[in-house]
Design a protein around this ligand. Structure first.
Ligand code: GUN
Length: 298
């Protein structure tokens, strides 16, 4: 059996169409949703992410402004930039692109963003709200994974979801999202990590397997039961001299082999990636809707 592809670009386009109407409703009430992005330094992957965020915002009719700062920017300077955005009533969402240069304290910076403008969902207040089942802004990648599952006909309700990876950006919040007693969630969740003995023992019991450990092709075919839904969150650059860029992207799943066992699988690129940016736009529109007095659709 060859798996059916879950096309992230298609699902993302569908959500962006929905967002266009929500943006128009905000504008009709005098509020144009506005996202501010901060990029420190010139990491090529970060530049590429920031560019796609700006393009996505423009596509749905929002305003977007990217502030680019040199890599040697002092932490205090960055905090001042965030202060300005926190105070600016026209700004609804603030995102500081990670990773930051080593000289800047990541936690200090993320904690400095007002929770009401934290469209990344990384502020401890938003993390805590998610954990107690009162989510406000949910982190974009795991929220995107949930939407991909639901909208591809693979609702996680009652399913056993095995997540490989316990990062604060993906693994942990995804577990928190999928165990909620809510529609589109209500799953049984197992989390595997570097301390797990015999990872295969768990992955072979998964109805839905999520790979988010940041290790190229770590999930091999022998770790997957026939019929599993496989979601690959990994984005790894590996050297490929045959490409103009000199690299290509591979996921955390050995795609060619695993697709022969899975029922559904996300490709890399074109799977989870387009969803992350889209869920950022969703969060920004939510923040603007709150300002405009519109009841959110999500
Ligand atoms: N760098 C890689 N992924 C992300 C993300 O989701 N948000 C931010 N702010 N930076 C990132």
């Amino acid at each position: 059996m060859t798996a059916r592809l879950i096309n992230g670009a298609e699902v993302a386009a569908q959500i962006r169409e929905e967002l266009k109407g929500r943006v128009k409703a905000c504008i009709a009430r005098g509020v144009t949703p506005m996202l501010n992005v901060v990029l420190v330094g010139e990491d090529p992957a970060s530049i590429s992410y920031v560019t796609s965020k700006a393009k996505g915002a423009e596509e749905v009719g929002m305003r977007e402004e990217t502030v680019r700062l040199p890599a040697n920017t002092a932490e205090a300077e960055l905090l001042k930039v965030i202060d300005g955005m926190n105070r600016d009533a026209k700004v609804h969402g603030i995102l500081v692109q990670l990773p930051l240069p080593a000289s800047i304290g990541e936690k200090k910076v993320l904690d400095h963003i007002l929770p009401s403008k934290d469209v990344d969902g990384f502020h401890p207040m938003n993390v805590g709200k998610l954990l107690i089942g009162e989510p406000d802004f949910m982190p974009c990648t795991p929220h995107g994974v949930q939407q991909l599952l639901v909208r591809s006909g693979n609702n996680p309700e009652g399913k056993h979801v095995v997540i490989c990876g316990r990062s604060n950006i993906v693994g942990k919040p995804l577990a928190a999202i999928l165990v909620q007693k809510k529609k589109g969630a209500n799953a049984t969740v197992t989390m595997c990590h570097t301390g797990t003995r015999d990872v295969s023992k768990y992955t072979l019991q998964a109805d839905i397997l999520v790979a988010a450990m940041g290790v190229p092709k770590a999930i091999t075919a022998d770790m997957v039961r026939p019929g599993t839904v496989v979601i690959d969150v990994g984005v790894n650059r590996i050297v490929d001299p045959s490409r103009k860029t000199g690299f290509r992207l591979v996921g955390d799943v050995d795609f060619d082999a695993v697709k022969e066992k899975a029922s559904f699988i996300t490709p890399v690129p074109g799977g989870v990636g387009p969803m992350t940016v889209t869920m950022l736009l969703v969060n920004t529109v939510r923040a603007a809707e709150r300002k405009a007095g519109v009841v959110s659709a999500d």
